[in-house]
Structure formats: C-alpha cells, structure tokens
Design a protein around this ligand. Structure first.
Ligand SMILES: Nc1ncnc2c1ncn2[C@@H]1O[C@H](COP(=O)(O)OP(=O)(O)OP(=O)(O)O)[C@@H](O)[C@H]1O
Length: 361
C-alpha cells in the first residue's frame, strides 16, 4: 500500500480500457497522474467521450481500473466498495427517493450509520439551513423544483461528513439562470465547509467560475492541469487553447533567443515572448493570441475586415490575415474608430499577450 496523508486524493498511473464488440479496445482513461490537495475544488473538463465520467466512476468505486492506484486520504482504496471510500456523491438526476420527504431523504444515510435521533435531526436541520431550505423538511421531491431537489441531494451527501465530495454534472438538468445561481451556491458551501471536491462538467464557464484547479482531458489523456488563469493565459497546446475561450492560432519563427526570452517573427513583425520551453532559433512555432489581446489601430499589421459586430461591451471583428481569419474583441468601443466591412484594418498584439504552444500529446 502506498501512503501519503498530506494529499486528499492521489491518482497514480490510472487507466481504464473497455473491451467492446463493436469498437474493439476503448482506452477511456490513459495513465492519469493527479494530486488533489485537502479542500481543493478540482474540475474534470473536456468534450464528450474524453473520459471524465469514467475517471470519476473509478474514484467512486463504480468502475474497476485496468491499471494504477487511487489513494484517498493516503489509503489505497482500489479494493474497497464505494460505501467504504469516505466519499459523498451528487448526481445529475438528483437520485432522491420519490416516496420519502426531504427530511427522510437526507436522514437515509445517517440511519444506516446508526446515528442517535438527536444527532440525526441536528445534522439534517443544519444541512437544510446551509442551503436556505429550513422549511422544506416535509416536502416530497415531486413538490420541489429541480434546483431545490439538487440542493437536497447536496445536503444528503454533506451530512455524512465525507472526506471527499464527487459531483457528476450536477447542474445539467437545470435551466441557464438557475445553473448560474447554483454554481455560486455550491462553491460558497464548498468553501465554507472546506470539503475536497471533484467536479465533472463539459461546461467551460462553469469550470472557470468554480475551480481551484482544472484538469483538461482529451481521449482519456490529461492535456493540462492548472488554475483557471493558467489554463486561459498559458494553454499547453492548441486543443486546450481552443477548448477554453476563443483562440487565434498564428504561425511564427524564432529568430533569436536569450535564456527564456525569444523573439518571434510573425509576418515580418518581431515580438518578444517569454517561454519556459526549450525552443531554438529557426524553430517554427504556433502562437495563441486571445481576441481581446489584439489591439485595433496599432499599425503593426494590416488585414481586411470580413465581418464586424457591435456587442455593446466590445466591437468584434473577423479579420482576414495571412489567409486566416482572426477574431478580435475591441473593448470600450464607444470612443473608438470603427473599421467597416471589406475595408483595411490596422492592428497589433498587446504586450505580453502572446503564448507559444506545445505540440499536442
Ligand atoms: N461501459 C462502457 N463500455 C464501453 N465503452 C465505454 C463504457 N463507458 C464509457 N465508454 C467509452 O469510454 C470513453 C469515455 O467515456 P466517458 O463516459 O468517460 O466520457 P465523458 O467524457 O464522461 O463523456 P460525456 O460528457 O459524453 O459523458 C468513450 O469513448 C465511451 O464511449
């Protein structure tokens, strides 16, 4: 057994391969290594089929890994059943018992733990207070909205005082407005209690708004782990750059280098870029620049306006440049010159806004 109590969850070389009759071997999760610290809110994010649910189900104990280790609070839990892993779970479909009222739904797990009646009542009522539903103890699920049912599901998991809370797309059944409200609510409660949480979603804005750490997956392989700022500003590769936010990908050549600072030629304009990677002079590189990092009116480069839209907070342009279309968001447009469609436009890149991409894994 591998032990390390300073980490809440540790995944070591974790893999899952499904053998299917139609698709042969499906490598759903491949050699995942990940450390989650106590109290962290970590989101598994990626497109459909990237392996996030399989990863969560392995941690929960519903799916047996093909290879690797899962440590929870320093203990290898691979051979333990889900109920012995010190975990709570919140599902997309709430999974409440329809015939039980809110009190009994929440108390269900506490009864199995054989808590005293007083302690049980105390925990249920305290939990309901946390989600501002003190008056709902007598209602059955059918008498509540989706958001209220999801709050009850959250309390039901929390009252068991698990070491780690797992969320499987808990907000996907709610309408857009309620999703925004509930994500703030979940994050508030999670911070208040300080419970280590692993959250699965395919919604990038949800991941950005809630997470301490985001894990980006593609084809079962981790592409990048970082906080929202790192992932947005320094995406590891083209996949991450395109998956989180909007990205313009340009090609350039390294023309000089001093330690970690390189000068890149992009269409005969030279830009200094700080990089942590071992690029060499004459290397061709791909560079990401976000739409808001392009300065309209700067006379470094010229393109043609293909389309422009006034968005209120910004004037957005689609510019033909080097045969590619660049997307640009020019913020606070009211005091600025607007470049009309089909005409020329001058632009350049803001300082420290370029980031060199790594090849994809
Ligand atoms: N029980 C299974 N048998 C065979 N293949 C499976 C099984 N479960 C998942 N897979 C496959 O493993 C891969 C990862 O699936 P998984 O459900 O983990 O992805 P996901 O990122 O959660 O996708 P989604 O967002 O659509 O739920 C997919 O190719 C999927 O078809």
């Amino acid at each position: 057994m591998i032990e390390n109590s300073a980490k809440a969850v540790e995944l070591v070389n974790l893999s899952k391969t499904f053998i299917t009759s139609t698709r042969g071997k499906v490598h759903a999760v491949q050699n995942v290594n990940l450390t989650i610290n106590p109290g962290e809110f970590v989101t598994l994010l990626g497109p459909s089929g990237c392996g996030k649910t399989t990863l969560l189900r392995m941690i929960a104990g519903f799916e047996m890994p093909s290879d690797g280790h899962i440590m929870i609070n320093g203990e290898d839990v691979i051979s333990k059943t889900p109920d012995k892993r010190d975990l709570g779970m919140v599902f997309q479909n709430y999974a409440l018992f329809p015939h039980l009222n809110v009190f009994n739904n929440i108390a269900y797990g506490l009864k199995i733990q054989k808590l005293s009646k007083e302690e049980m009542e105390k925990r249920v009522l305290e939990g309901l207070k946390t989600v501002q539903m003190d008056n709902f103890a007598e209602r059955v699920p059918a008498q509540m909205s989706g958001g209220q049912q999801q709050r009850v599901a959250l309390v039901r998991a929390l009252v068991l005082h698990p070491g780690v809370l797992l969320f499987d797309e808990p907000l996907s059944n709610l309408d857009a407005k309620l999703r925004l409200h509930m994500r703030d609510e979940i994050r508030r409660i999670q911070k208040e209690i300080g419970i280590t949480s692993i959250y699965v979603t395919h919604d990038q804005s949800e991941a950005m708004a809630m997470s301490d750490k985001i894990v980006i997956l593609k084809d079962g392989i981790i592409q990048q782990v970082g906080n929202p700022q790192e992932i947005y500003q320094h995406p590891a590769n083209e996949f991450v750059a395109n998956f989180i936010g909007k990205a313009n990908i340009l090609e350039g050549k390294i023309i000089s280098k001093e330690k970690n600072d390189v000068v890149i030629d992009i269409d005969k304009v030279k830009y200094e870029v700080h990089t942590n990677t071992r690029w060499n002079v004459n290397d061709s590189v791909k560079i990401v620049v976000r739409p808001e990092a392009i300065e309209v009116g700067k006379e470094d480069m010229t393109g043609t306006v293909v389309k422009t839209i006034y968005m209120g907070v910004s004037q957005d342009y689609w510019i033909n440049f080097q045969g590619k279309e660049l997307e640009v968001s020019d913020y606070n447009p009211s005091s600025k010159q607007i470049y009309p469609e089909n005409g020329p436009i001058f632009f350049g890149f803001k300082e420290k806004s370029l980031h060199i991409l790594e090849p994809e894994t």
